[in-house]
Ligand binder design. Structure first.
Ligand code: ATP
Ligand code: MG
Length: 437
C-alpha cells in the first residue's frame, strides 16, 4: 500500500529492513493504529526510526500524520495540543508522551504561499501543513527523515537517508548553508548526532559549521539551555565537548570558559574532560546527573580565577567566591538561560568549596548533613583528581564520611590544631595593630 505516498520516495519493504513492531513502544503503536483505523496516514519518523534501523533503543517515538492537530485531539482523550508556532499533539500515557505532528511544508513553499516570514534568514513561522514529501524535505538530516509506515511496515526514504545511515554519514537536507542559517541550532544537533551515533558529518557540513558558528549568537538563550542539556546529558559528553571545540562552537556557548582555555590555563581542559567522563559514566550506570553540577564544572575555572583576583584585592575567601559566582553567572546568562532552580545549587557547589578546603573546628561535622554535601564533595574530588588540589584533601573527606562519629571528632581536632595556630596568629596581629594605634 504505497499508493498514497509520492512516487519520489524509495520504498524499503518490510522484508528489506530490520524494524519490527516488537521494538516499537506499545503506546506509539496504539497511536499509529488508531490514526490508521480512522483513515489517516500514520508514520513513525525521526530519531525513533533512525535508532531502530541502527539496532539501538530509541529514547522516544515521534509520529507524523496527515490528520490535522484538531483531528488528532478528537481521536484521543489523553491528548493535549501544544506550541504556538506550530501545533503539536501530545498523547499522554502516564509519564510517557507520544508526539504527533501533522505533515509540515518547508518554509520555502510557505514563503511562496505568502505565509513564511523570514528575518536574517531565520524562519519566523513555518506553520504550514504539507504532504508527506514536503515534511521529509523540511527535516534537518537525511538520517532523520525516514518514515516507517504502519500501513504496510515499509520505510519511505525521500532524501537518501538509508544510504547515509549505512555509510555512517551525517548530511544536511537541501542547501547546507541555507539550512544552517535558517536555524543555527542545527549546528548543535549535528554535533549531538555525530557524537551519539559516531557518524561523520560530510565535509560540506563540517566546513559550513566552522564558517557559521557565530550564528549561534542569534539563538534565544532559553532554547540554547535545552540544547546544551541534550548535548551534555545524553551519555556522550566528552566527545561532544571535543567536537564543539573542533568546530568553533564552544566559544559561542561558554565564552568565559573558552577564554581561559585559549589562555592555556593549565587545569581547565583536564577538569572539564574529567567532568565529562564522569557524567558519561553516571549516565551509563543510570545514575542521575544534574544541570547544576554540569554548569558548575563548565564554569568553574572562570569563577576560580575571578575569585583569586578578588582575593588579591583583599576580599575574604568566601566572599570572593560569592562575588565571582554572581559575576560569572550573570555573564553566562547573556548566552544561555540557566533556570534559577539550577543557579542556586550551582553557586552553592562553588561557594562551599571553601568550606571543604578550610576544615576548621566542628564545621566539617555539621556540613556532612548539608543537602548539597554530596555534590560539593564530588566536585572537590574532581579538583583533586586533576591536581588542582592535593589528593590528601579528597582522601580526608572520603575517610571522614566512612569513620565513626568519635573518629570524625578526632579528625576535626587534628585540623583544629592548625586553626588554633591561626587564631593565635590573628590575635597577635590584632594586638600588634592595637599597639600601632
Ligand atoms: P533524539 O534521539 O535525540 O530524540 P531526534 O532526531 O528524534 O533525536 P528530536 O529533537 O526528537 O530529534 O526531533 C525529531 C525529528 O524532528 C528529527 O529527527 C528531525 O527530523 C526533526 N527536527 C527536529 N529539530 C529540527 C530542526 N531544528 N530542524 C529541522 N528538523 C528538525
Ligand atoms: Mg526524538
Amino acid at each position: 500500500m504505497v499508493s498514497a505516498i509520492d512516487t519520489a520516495a524509495i520504498i524499503i519493504s518490510r522484508d528489506a529492513h530490520n524494524i519490527s513492531r516488537a521494538h516499537i513502544s506499545e503506546n506509539a503503536l496504539k497511536v499509529l493504529y488508531r490514526l490508521k483505523n480512522a483513515g489517516y496516514q500514520a508514520f513513525l519518523v525521526g530519531g525513533g526510526v533512525r535508532d531502530l534501523l541502527l539496532g539501538r533503543h530509541p529514547k522516544d517515538f515521534d509520529i507524523a500524520t496527515d490528520a490535522l492537530p484538531e483531528d488528532v485531539r478528537g481521536l484521543f482523550r489523553n491528548c493535549r495540543l501544544i506550541g504556538r508556532r506550530f501545533r503539536l499533539a501530545h498523547i499522554h500515557f502516564g509519564r510517557d508522551i507520544v508526539e504527533v505532528a501533522t505533515f509540515r511544508a518547508h518554509h520555502e513553499d510557505a514563503a511562496e504561499e505568502g505565509e513564511g516570514v523570514l528575518r536574517d534568514g531565520m524562519i519566523m513561522r513555518d506553520n504550514v501543513f504539507g504532504s508527506l514529501e514536503s515534511d521529509a524535505w523540511r527535516r534537518d538530516f537525511t538520517i532523520n527523515a525516514l518514515y516507517y509506515n504502519i500501513e504496510d511496515f515499509s520505510v519511505a526514504d525521500y532524501t537518501g537517508g538509508m544510504q547515509d545511515l549505512h555509510d555512517g554519514v551525517l548530511r544536511m537536507i537541501g542547501n547546507t548553508e541555507v539550512r544552517l542559517q535558517e536555524d543555527p541550532v542545527r549546528m548543535l544537533r549535528a554535533v549531538r548526532f555525530a557524537a551519539k551515533l559516531e557518524f561523520h558529518p560530510e565535509a560540506e557540513l563540517e566546513d559550513a559549521i566552522k564558517r557559521l558558528a557565530d550564528r549561534l549568537e542569534v539563538v534565544a538563550p532559553a532554547r540554547l539551555f535545552d540544547e546544551v542539556l541534550k548535548l551534555f546529558m545524553s551519555g556522550h559528553a566528552l566527545q561532544t565537548f571535543e567536537l564543539l571545540r573542533q568546530y568553533g562552537l564552544f566559544h559561542y556557548l561558554f565564552p568565559q570558559t573558552a577564554e581561559v582555555i585559549d589562555n592555556n590555563e593549565p587545569f581547565v581542559l583536564p577538569f572539564i574532560r574529567q567532568a565529562m567522563v564522569n557524567t558519561d559514566h553516571r549516565i551509563e550506570q543510570d545514575k542521575p546527573v544534574t544541570p547544576a553540577f554540569l554548569f558548575a564544572t563548565l564554569l568553574w575555572v572562570p569563577v576560580r580565577q575571578e575569585a583569586e583576583r578578588l582575593r588579591e584585592s583583599g576580599m575574604s575567601p568566601i566572599q570572593s567566591l560569592q562575588v565571582a559566582a554572581e559575576t560569572v553567572t550573570r555573564e553566562q546568562q547573556q548566552v544561555i538561560t540557566l533556570p534559577r532552580r539550577f543557579q542556586t545549587p550551582m553557586k552553592e557547589i562553588w561557594i562551599s568549596q571553601s568550606r571543604l578546603e578550610h576544615r576548621r573546628g566542628k564545621r566539617p561535622l555539621s556540613f556532612l548533613d548539608h543537602p548539597r554535601f554530596r555534590a560539593t564533595y564530588d566536585f572537590l574530588l574532581l579538583r583533586c583528581d586533576i591536581g588542582e588540589l592535593p589528593p590528601e584533601l579528597g582522601e580526608w573527606w572520603t575517610r571522614f564520611q566512612e569513620v565513626s562519629d568519635e573518629e570524625r571528632r578526632a579528625m576535626c581536632n587534628a585540623i583544629g590544631g592548625s586553626s588554633k595556630r591561626r587564631r593565635r596568629r590573628r590575635t597577635s596581629k590584632a594586638s600588634a595593630k592595637a599597639n600601632d594605634s
